[in-house]
Design a binder for this molecule. Sequence first.
Ligand SMILES: NC(=O)C1=CN([C@@H]2O[C@H](COP(=O)(O)OP(=O)(O)OC[C@H]3O[C@@H](n4cnc5c(N)ncnc54)[C@H](OP(=O)(O)O)[C@@H]3O)[C@@H](O)[C@H]2O)C=CC1
Ligand SMILES: N[C@@H](CC(=O)OP(=O)(O)O)C(=O)O
Length: 345
Amino acid sequence: MSHTVGILGATGAVGQRLVQLLDPHPEFDLVALTASDDSAGKSYREAAKWRLDFAIPDAVAEMTVRRTDADDIPDDVDLLFSSLPSSVGERVEPGLCEAGYVVSSNSSNDRTADDVPLVVPEVNADHIDLLEVQRDERGWDGALVKNPNCSTITMVPTLAALDRAFELDAVRVSTLQAVSGAGYDGVSSMEIIDNAIPHIGGEEQKMESEARKLLGGFDGAAVSWHDADVAASCNRIPTLDGHLENVWADLGEDVTTEDAADALREFPSLDLPSSPDPLIHVFEEPDRPQPRLDRMRGDGMAVTAGGFRETSGGVQYNCLAHNTLRGAAGASVLNGELLADSGYI
Ligand SMILES: NC(=O)C1=CN([C@@H]2O[C@H](COP(=O)(O)OP(=O)(O)OC[C@H]3O[C@@H](n4cnc5c(N)ncnc54)[C@H](OP(=O)(O)O)[C@@H]3O)[C@@H](O)[C@H]2O)C=CC1
Ligand SMILES: N[C@@H](CC(=O)OP(=O)(O)O)C(=O)O
């Protein structure tokens, strides 16, 4: 069955990735695009500073950009994907849900709120039913579901696999993050060329909290966060797309690299249109994954891992995912597919 969908913040970096994924989507029909008041009233072609390496899809280029306001969005849109700056998302998303819209959001506001499901479908699809609690508590006809931060998404499927096979006690992670994560105007070329920046505001705290919520249990009423101790250190490097992460997982027991790699390899995917199969690709080569070579694995939706080493009571490895596909737009689309599959739209 087909559903009508719209994009909030459609002209931005993540919004353009949403256009890329939704224009050919087999189940979603893209009918509305919004942005700031400066863009409203213009054609998408005029309003968007298009940065992807293919032409704007014909069906989208001449659509008129709308204001990000319930009064300007058709009432019968089944699902809105939100890629607004978090300060804007915080202000407008709850109002849209109150007005009856179902919103799958990539923005960081409200990700750790008690009644907002934070979901990576292959990891914690059951958390989607927190929407029943949300609707009861807030009296909404609409609903708000979030995907996590791109650095968090990159490591969480691998941690979920290790937690199911062994038991996750603690995680230490250091990131090498691509410039697209900061948005097109986020890091200037003079700052990043020939350089690395060991600071991304708020990123460590997001990885530490969002990972524990995603890996937690849901009893039908509330999510109990996983009690693993998670600590992160985040760095920006001059790659375009693809976040690479060095992970130390403490599993409370010695495990072989083969057993750890098998746990990742065997972690199941889902039968949703955007879920890759396999979800986690494990490399034998010690120098993989690499951003340029491996970010498009599974159409940019797979997580890749490799470089396993035994540590005392655990394992060390590297993992990678495409930050604006699996880590942002693709993650929101997957949550939209889960909302459809679960009957919320
Ligand atoms: N999951 C993840 O880890 C990632 C998440 N993100 C998040 O996604 C969101 C979007 O990021 P990105 O695409 O890089 O941002 P951009 O700045 O590229 O795009 C922002 C979009 O929001 C619109 N917008 C800005 N201000 C307003 C406003 N006041 N009212 C309505 N619309 C507005 C812009 O419209 P206009 O063109 O008219 O200004 C544009 O469409 C952010 O919250 C970011 O943190 C980003 C990357 C990865
Ligand atoms: N901070 C991430 C991208 C991002 O926007 O994250 P969030 O969705 O948590 O705001 C990066 O720079 O790579």
